[in-house]
Design a protein around this ligand. Sequence first.
Ligand SMILES: Cc1cc2nc3c(=O)[nH]c(=O)nc-3n(C[C@H](O)[C@H](O)[C@H](O)COP(=O)(O)O)c2cc1C
Ligand code: SF4
Length: 403
Amino acid sequence: MTAIDLCMPPRLLAPGGTPADFRTHEQRYGSLPYGDPAGLLRIVAESGLTGRGGAAFPTYRKLVSVAEAGRSKGRGPVVIANGAEGEPASRKDKTLLRLSPHLVLDGLQVAAAAVGAGEAHLAVDDGASYLESALAQRHDPLSVRIVRLPAGFLSGQSSALAQYVGGGAALPSYQRRPVHERGVRRAPTLVQNVETLAHLALIARYGADWFRSAGTPAQPGSALCTVHVPGREVRVIEAPFGLPLGRLLPLNGIRAVLLGGYHGTWIPATEAAQLRLDAATLGAGVLAALPAAHCGLTETARVLRYLARQSAGQCGPCLNGLPRIAAAFTTLATPGPQGTTRADITHWSGLVDGRGACHHPDGTIRLVRSALTTFTAELDAHARGFCTATDGTPLLPVPAEEH
Ligand SMILES: Cc1cc2nc3c(=O)[nH]c(=O)nc-3n(C[C@H](O)[C@H](O)[C@H](O)COP(=O)(O)O)c2cc1C
Ligand code: SF4
């Protein structure tokens, strides 16, 4: 069970951890205004909302690109709410969908109205039957189809989603043109994370100034974070940008923090204590504390083996490079002679980075490089044949670890 901590009055998650039905939702937030698309786009621009699916891309710019592509092609765009949450350490999107499905569905309608869409989908990875009943309670202008995705790290990548919704495989596509120009059945397609849509639903109601009353002038608003602290249950916390990380997770007795998720970065605990919640590093919203008793190299090696298995096997550098890097990292994680392994990993990382049809290799290499700089003391200890860690219990969640 995921608990919710209040670092600010919660905006997105229904209070008390009780899912909100449509009536309760409307009583709490008021009914959804459908202003004119131009006015809506202006408010979104003023709000400074950025995507919460990992890349923090300005939402306004994406909405405008999709609307323009739809007009120039004379074709109504497709909108997809991305609830895939393929990141194994993240719980925020499932928690949001379970507690506040109507905020996401409101946001989907707002986004569809803003870009002039003729088709809307909500993509999720499980059989969440409550979403069907949530939809049945509503009278939306645009009907929404629920799409159940195959489980996997890549299913939520935007071109994989667009292909799957269009009847193909849930794999990233090779095409150079972005999905906002050419997505589902070649129609301009807006893919927006479910949390982004929930913020959009509130911005449409309460305006840009309200949204900006949390966060910082440069990074307005709040974000849902999945916080892992060993010995405690995983929590989803809504926190304003600019909040010191030390307010979200205890940093005493901690070796390092994984920030952003498995495409994110390791940061030494001393450095994390100086940092604030920042959209540029928050990635998929994961913050995971690694206690001093655990080995960061072992944890990273396990995650890397998982990420290598998730490669869709379509691009050479990713297909060959990631398993090789993951295997070499497993050598680094094992105390004993390391030979040229560290230099090899650095070399192969340079060959893989930026060479895939999607950003899976780039995100994986980001994790590798941050582990190599954060865990230098552990690397040296392993090379001398011992490990400073005393607890070998696996910490980070990794589906179906290989034997
Ligand atoms: C390998 C990979 C996996 C991804 N998985 C997800 C995911 O599970 N959920 C998600 O919202 N975005 C995911 N993304 C990002 C999406 O491609 C897309 O940028 C995002 O859904 C856009 O929404 P936003 O602008 O609201 O953040 C993934 C990206 C990559 C490269
Ligand atoms: S970069 Fe990797 S994960 Fe992405 S499409 Fe190519 S093989 Fe698949």
